[in-house]
Design a protein around this ligand. Sequence first.
Ligand code: DP6
Length: 387
Amino acid sequence: MAKIYSASTTAPVNIATLKYWGKRDTKLNLPTNSSISVTLSQDDLRTFTTAAASEAFTKDTLWLNGTEESVTGARTSACLAELRALRKSLEDADPSLPPLSTYKLHIVSENNFPTAAGLASSAAGFAALVRAIADLYELPQSAEELSRIARQGSGSACRSLFGGYVAWEMGEKEDGSDSRAVQIATETDWPDMRAAILVVSAKKKETSSTTGMQTTAKTSPLFKHRVEVVVPERFKVMSKSILDKDFETFGQLTMADSNQFHAVCLDSSPPVFYMNDVSRNVISLIEKVNNLAGRVVAAYTFDAGPNAVLYYLEKDEPIVLGLLKAALPDLDGWQNKATVSAAVPDGVSEDMYDSLKDGVSRIILTGVGPSPQKIAESLVDESGLPK
Ligand code: DP6
């Protein structure tokens, strides 16, 4: 049997606080505006991917959560072609290297969270795919350079190549060479950022981000103002708030940007709806709590679906968990938080959170986390198939 070369990695999910919404080039996935996100801990949410190459493999194959998926789609093909080209240039420079660029790939990928939860998994998925193959090929390229490749898989994936607080700079060039992710701050620069994901069950299938953002970019009059005026200013102020560890500003902008993203969706023709009544109830609850406290205790943000993500600082964990425990006493996920002394904040009454009880099906408590991690364990067996 021919030798099997392999490399494994885990990659994180990221949740944007300044949203990417709109493409100026759909093939290269070039955005109409820069964006910012927080990378979440891989202890709670991650994609684990092994990439293997061998002369014995007969076709590129991808297994995602045990099911064979297509690798011939434009997005995956673009990533594989770029990575192979980089490997090929190494082989051309050093003919003693095994010709991995000519071998077929077996890629095995698993999420540690249910895909059904509707959490953005494409970001972690493409980041893991690119990182694992880059490691397999022993590519010298930096995470920033690899982010340009992951971007072509899914725009938001470029930000998952870094830990901590990450910007995706939109760039100007037509070939996309300057549209890449950069790290604003590491997870240890501002370590006390927490995130609570409230999984809200969606009854009907949502419009995919890819389709939704095309509709908005083509039809929304507000969108032009967002990308030309609002986001460039917000990008500067939010980046600074991260460097200053200024949660008040960071939280206010995070909420404002989520609201504006959903406003341009509503301003599209036909309108695109992602939030539902449960999402809106989360917004009013958090707005009330922040009002009562006279400061931003927690900041909400929503992507292309009804799930809520709350960002807050560790010092405010008792308030946020008090609230969530009161609202959602029957959910799992509290075990590791049993020691936090939590109480419902003064002035918050049951009618303010009552509606969440039936609408939130799962809660994931996590926080800011690191970049993709190299893993010794492998998901392929000795014959190169999923274990
Ligand atoms: C609302 O990255 O999923 O989550 O580039 O078409 O794959 P494609 O879109 P995708 O869009 C993410 C949209 C968002 C905002 C964000 O993550 O910045």
